[in-house]
Ligand binder design. Structure first.
Ligand code: WT7
Length: 651
């Protein structure tokens, strides 16, 4: 990819409403302040945290190794909890927990602190020490956050493994981090039934030699689980009898906080490693500014699972540091009905909702009757993360969920970046639907070509970050070499994010998906994201995935898989396909016209909701489908293939 074609254009802009701007946390001055003195700016944001000892130096940068707030001492758990209780905010609700079966609990900051202190004392009794690694494999319940904060409190690193991962993935992660303790639950609730977690731990631990000494098991569902009293301990047996006193110890700003594995598209999972001071500074700052948090008034809900970075930064650390009241939901969006999320928004009068484009497009597919059946007027700001949001999905989110009045923040970042990097500032930025707009104050991003030369407006290439940032990964656990090689070798001295991006005529940043997903059609680089967004802008399409399939004539040919929208009458089969091709041709240009369009009911997605285009490329090129073990639903590929056997849709 030398540069990406700058094909589509988006002329709609949504300036902030004067009412929102008048009360916004963020101001345009933040950009100037950060530009004038970047390190001073971050130091000012760090002062928001409680430090037992202030730092001596803001940044030590020996590319690609950064240290922030050197000499400073703080405790993550203290910043999230003790501080609020000591300053009189103990009675504020930290979590409104909503279990999938309908059980609900409101947990205050004082209660969280009490629970975390007891869990901490249990960890100490189990011999966990500062620097040890603890694997956490739990459903989305408050005890998952309690477990994380108990680790942080004593300087042990948590390594949360998403509860949907298999025994195989689990043992790889346990052993890569050399964890000595696993914290889990008997199981959790999902899609109307209890699922098991504990037996998967047993299976994992039997697969390979390991150094796990104990498995701490929280009872969530009450199902029968195998129990080996030599290493297994019930949470209620050990945590409940602990003292509720524990004085937090303060650690170095660069003390390791956690490891979180990201699978990437190929290869062994990478243990992304984050430290304390810089990470807490940037997560809390971005949470205050980008979500416009007013902790006394807002009810914030980030729908991400704790097993992902979004759950770490924007359910646990950022929001708790800011004293936020949030909703935590255990289950799936369609149980017991497709209106579940909207029912919960109504119940708790949620004001800020942060979710992923995959869910927004799923809602579009289900139809408007579900959101329309609930009162969503409490919402005042909406966020999106995880993938590019198609302009049409953005507009739908704004109109149908946000009642046309909520600013939308499309937030670009990664497990590696630890916190938001590119996003509008609500109340400041005039937004274009589908664009993450510009780098946040204190962050330096560029779009470059193959030769690492920064491109001007109106061109596309690779997204890079040119200056270190406080919450940046400090490495890949156990491999500095792989860290250098993966992120810092492609463009000398710049962090390569792996994403394609373009700058439009006004300099707004458009994320174009992973660079592996760019297509080369008759010598033109075309982004899958742009063609997908064009398809989604057709009234009949809810979701689209586009791949380049090898083609004798054009190098690659564009093949699209589309899911149709619910509740909208559609012209029939071949007519619709023709119509969709003409639509893309008109919208982007004839070069982007798909050569084949296949209507499907599902798309293959990872457990974090990202489309696995590699598998669709196998289908488009008539190959046996490759490794699909990381799919959220392993049956999807079979469904897609059997559905396609009957349909032909070539020109
Ligand atoms: C990749 C990182 C960061 C939390 C969730 C995912 C894609 C993320 C956006 C966005 C376009 C986005 C990128 C990025 N991505 N947010 N707003 N617009 N693309 O974390 O699993 O580490 O994935 O997700 O491709 O590189 P992750």
């Amino acid at each position: 990819m030398s540069s990406l074609e700058n094909l589509s254009r988006e002329d709609r802009t949504f300036p902030p409403s004067p009412e929102f701007a008048a009360q916004a946390n963020a101001t345009a001055a933040l950009y100037d302040e950060a530009a004038a003195d970047r390190l001073g700016f971050w130091a000012k944001q760090a002062e928001y945290l409680h430090w037992d000892k202030k730092w001596d130096q803001v940044l030590d940068w020996k590319p690609p190794f950064a240290k922030w707030f050197i000499g400073g001492k703080l405790n993550a758990s203290y910043n999230c909890l003790d501080r609020h209780v000591l300053e009189g905010r103990g009675d504020r609700v930290a979590f409104y927990f909503e279990g999938e079966p309908g059980d609900a609990r409101a947990i205050t900051y004082a209660q969280m602190l009490h629970d975390v202190k007891k869990a901490t004392n249990a960890l100490i009794e189990l011999g966990v020490k500062s620097g040890d690694r603890v694997a956490i494999y739990m459903p989305m319940i408050p005890e998952a956050a309690v477990a994380m904060l108990a680790c942080a409190r004593i300087g042990a690193l948590h390594s949360v493994v998403f509860g949907g991962f298999s025994a195989d993935s689990l043992i790889t992660r346990i052993n890569d981090a050399d964890a000595t303790l696993v914290i889990t639950a008997d199981g959790g609730f999902r899609k109307g039934a209890a699922f098991a977690l504990k037996p998967i731990i047993d299976e994992a631990l039997a697969m390979e030699p390991n150094n796990v000494r104990n498995v701490l098991v929280f009872k969530r569902t009450g199902q029968e689980v195998p129990f080996n009293s030599a290493i297994d301990i019930w949470w209620h047996d050990i945590v409940d009898r602990q003292s509720a006193e524990h004085t937090a110890e303060f650690f170095d700003a660069e003390h390791p906080l956690f490891i979180l594995y990201t699978s990437g598209t190929t290869g062994k999972p990478k243990g992304i490693f984050h430290t304390t001071g810089g990470y807490l500074t940037q997560t809390s700052f971005t949470h205050r500014m980008v979500f416009d948090i007013k902790p006394e008034k807002d009810v914030y809900w980030c729908t991400a699972d704790i097993g992902w970075i979004t759950g770490h930064s924007y359910v646990v650390y950022g929001p708790l540091i800011n004293g936020t009241t949030q909703v935590m939901y255990e289950g799936t969006p369609d149980t017991p009905t497709k209106g579940r999320i909207f029912e919960i928004v109504e119940k708790y009068k949620v004001t800020i909702l942060y979710t992923a484009p995959t869910l927004i497009r799923t809602w579009m597919k289900w139809g408007e009757e579900f959101p329309k059946a609930h009162n969503l007027t409490s919402l005042r700001l909406l966020g999106s993360v995880g993938e590019p949001i198609n302009p049409e999905a953005w507009i739908w989110y704004r109109d149908v969920i946000g009642g046309g009045k909520c600013p939308i923040v499309d937030t670009w970042w990664q497990t590696e970046t630890g916190a938001l990097m590119i996003s509008p500032l609500p109340g400041v930025t005039a937004c274009k639907p589908g664009s993450a707009m510009r780098a946040l104050p204190g962050i330096s991003a560029q779009v470059v070509n193959d030769e690492a030369v920064a491109l001007g407006n109106g061109s596309g290439g690779y997204l890079v970050l040119t200056e270190p940032w406080p919450s940046m990964l400090r490495g890949i656990w156990g491999s500095d070499e792989r860290y250098q090689e993966t992120y810092w070798s492609r463009f000398e001295g710049k962090y390569f994010a792996g994403d394609g991006a373009k700058l439009d005529e006004d300099g707004a940043i458009w994320l174009l998906g992973r660079v592996d997903d760019v297509m080369l059609v008759s010598g033109h680089n075309i982004s899958t994201t742009e063609v997908e967004s064009s398809l989604v802008s057709h009234p009949n399409v809810a979701e689209a995935a586009v791949v380049g399939a090898t083609d004798a004539m054009t190098g690659q040919a564009i093949v699209a898989f589309v899911i149709l929208r619910g509740g909208i009458p559609s012209v029939g089969g071949d007519e619709l396909i023709k119509d969709l091709k003409a639509h893309v041709s008109k919208h982007i240009g004839p070069i982007a016209r798909p050569s084949r369009i296949l209507v499907v009911n599902e798309l293959p997605k990872t457990r974090s909701g990202k489309i696995m285009r590699r598998l669709l490329r196998d289908v488009a090129e008539n190959r046996a489908v490759g490794d699909s073990t990381t799919l959220a639903d392993p049956h999807v590929m079979k469904l897609i293939q059997s559905g396609l056997a009957s349909s032909t849709s070539d020109d």
